[in-house]
Design a protein. Structure first.
Length: 281
């Protein structure tokens, strides 16, 4: 069994805040009185949670409750995200590439961590690679010209994060089957699971998961506790989750009980720890 957590166990603060954020996103807002009833905690606890969510920019406090911060549901572009947490993304990509078997069929989702992985796959013999990411496709297509990889791009509507989504992408994925899916995520959370700020991308991610024998989630530790607009899979959907060593201890314990296998990779942050270096995280 992947999870032994009791449904009667008290929620951790992060879990409770994720549930609150889900309610606010579902209804556009929530009252403190309703949240205390829903979660079985005091109004002071709810008010503290709302203060933390407000400080993070997720919600805006109003008299008696909170509403969704419009900026929290916006989707950052690929260029904006690609410069963040580069050492961790590189380490995660290296670990993910070691799981790929020559001659297999894989899918690589949109995302900056999976884009880092794409730099490795052209050197693996005989791959068939399905992707819904224009950035991943460009990376693979511009790699080693001696590569014998077969690249399949789904088509679809392009999002700010360079993902191809919508009915065209979903229909294409529904006709295919792969051995492994390497999946990037916007956020991962105990209560909300894996999330994205884009509703159409959530559905396309579900189609990607459905086509794969093995789901390998590639996400740096800063994604923990982040909740996007749309949940598309529970944490238990990950057969393997590759993240970095900075993941909080409580998250490590929860994920070891939830995902199929958890791999924590070491990260060399020496270059970003240099005060004179440009920060990338």
């Amino acid at each position: 069994m992947r999870s032994s957590r009791s449904s009667d166990a008290p929620m951790l603060a992060k879990q409770r805040q994720a549930r609150i954020l889900t309610e606010i996103r579902r209804h556009g807002g929530a009252r403190v009185t309703d949240l205390t009833t829903l979660l079985g905690v005091s109004d002071m606890t709810i008010r503290r949670d709302l203060e933390e969510l407000t400080a993070s920019g997720s919600v805006h406090k109003v008299h008696g409750g909170a509403v969704l911060n419009a900026a929290a549901s916006s989707e950052p572009g690929f260029e904006a995200k690609s410069g963040l947490e580069q050492p961790a993304k590189s380490a995660i990509a290296d670990a993910a590439a070691r799981l790929i078997r020559p001659g297999s069929a894989i899918a690589v989702s949109a995302g900056t961590t999976t884009w880092a992985l794409a730099q490795h796959v052209a050197g693996i013999a005989g791959l068939t690679i399905v992707t819904n990411s224009t950035a991943v496709a460009e990376q693979i297509g511009g790699a080693d010209p001696r590569s014998d990889a077969t690249l399949i791009l789904t088509g679809g509507v392009r999002t700010p994060s360079a993902a191809l989504v919508g009915p065209v992408a979903d229909q294409a994925l529904g006709m295919l089957h792969v051995d492994q899916l390497f999946l990037g995520v916007h956020g991962m959370d105990a209560a909300a699971g894996f999330t994205t700020p884009n509703l159409a991308e959530a559905q396309t991610n579900r189609a990607l998961i459905a086509m794969a024998d093995q789901v390998i989630v590639c996400a740096d530790s800063t994604k923990w506790g982040s909740v996007g607009l749309a949940s598309f899979a529970p944490l238990s959907a990950a057969d393997v989750l590759i993240t970095d060593q900075d993941l909080p201890a409580d998250a490590v314990a929860l994920l070891r009980d939830t995902v199929g296998a958890l791999e924590l990779v070491p990260v060399d942050r020496a270059e970003v720890d240099d005060p004179g270096a440009a920060r990338t995280s």
